[in-house]
Design a protein around this ligand. Sequence first.
Ligand SMILES: *Cc1c(COP(=O)(O)O)cnc(C)c1O
Ligand SMILES: [Zn+2]
Length: 503
Amino acid sequence: MRVSDFPVDIQPHLFPQPSGDLIYRCLQCEEIFNIESLLYTCPECKSVLLIEDREWQRLKEFSGSFWRRLFDYRKMLNHPALKGIFLYYEIIAPVIPLEDIIYLGEGHTPVVQANDGLRDWVGVDFYFKNDGQNPSASFKDRGMACALSYLNYLVRSQNLTEVLSICASTGDTSAAAALYSAYMSKKVKSAVLLPHKKVTPQQISQPLGSGARVFEIPGVFDDCMKVVEHLADNYHVALLNSKNAWRIQGQESYSFEVAQSFDYDLANKVVLVPIGNAGNITAIMGGFLKLLDLGVIDTLPKIIGVQSEHADPVYRYYRETDPSKRIFRPVTVKPSVAQAAMIGNPVSMPRVIRLVEAYEQVPNSPGVFVVQVSEQEIMDCQLIANRNGHIACTQGGECLAGLLRARKEGIVSDQEVAVLDATAHALKFAGFQESYFGDNLNGAYEIVPKDELRNFPTLVEAPGVERLPAPGKPLSEDEFQKFVVATAREIARELDLKEKGSG
Ligand SMILES: *Cc1c(COP(=O)(O)O)cnc(C)c1O
Ligand SMILES: [Zn+2]
């Protein structure tokens, strides 16, 4: 829509100017640090950081209803910098000039309602938010758009050269980091570290295709993470793991979009999210708290984190109901089909603890819960969701399994409405589906395929057909006709079709 066609009180706010005073704050010692250099951990105590806007109060000069209108009108604006997560510019990273923002089509992913059958099966109305419909096919693009836009700004304003972006990943962070770095390929080179044989073929093809240097490391993700941390501590690299607090800022857009897609009415809403390194659940809680503080929403949604039995350190932490007795213990992970969440020592755990506290302190807070599900439930739920029109990855299946578990435990009533994060596209994890169908999943997953969920292609070899079509060897008209009729008849027989005109 043309600027002149927007309401006059909105027009001056459509294109925001840089504002605010952003700093890194250490979650342990509370020390603050300047954002002009890239920091990943506190130089004083090594704990993780979050970004804070010291001039946040300025945003409260406008009412909640003003922000709602501005965000809603911006959806009609055609300006690349404000098309994605930066539609919520003022509450994401308002220090980045619009000219430095990188937009590759991330954000504003579809929210798809479950059909009646699925709703009745679960016993509650729910939606999948398809974050697999981001450019690199996972939610990681949200954080990467923010982190790389900020890096782009630093590169320009500080005349940086030969910047190397680096990350460790369970697959999707690398795909996103490599994609956004590739867009800046004149200024930024990219390297990714992946646990050897612990990412899917699709996931490894992504950074390779984007031209990144790809290193496979023996061990699991937690081991990769240690190597990348050592690199970030001792060499000049830009770390793109979720230790990078700019990624958390970008990922908050998920909450802003959920709120917007329900016209900012979050009463009786439940948001379910798989937990791996715990960056996503951190950002989601942080995002809703920001909206509440600005009066954009007046109720927080309930938050439910979901973990597999095979990688459940956050579940174990919160299983202890007495907060004073909670002790965080990393776990050694076992193989999980929710491979992107297969993390035993989540980097963002201190952030989670801080934000859960803040979330639960809000008067009438619906609270934060963590539930645990089995590998079997994850796989079955993914397949059931997708047999009902969704495109959930295994982690999306984990969310649905989590909703079932939460229903069983009485955490979610039939009056509530759930939003499930389908964090990546089903195609990235097609191998797990294939192994389930073929009943050759590694025994370590402890999954027994259910016959009614398996599916196979059928090769059609019609009887009586002597010659088959082949590239470069066309059949005669007569042979071809025979082939078509016999093959069609064979398919009709398989499908038990009734012939037209046969009554
Ligand atoms: C990274 C990832 C997760 C886990 O998110 P965290 O922020 O690490 O907790 C879940 N699903 C998919 C598809 C992912 O890529
Ligand atoms: Zn500190």
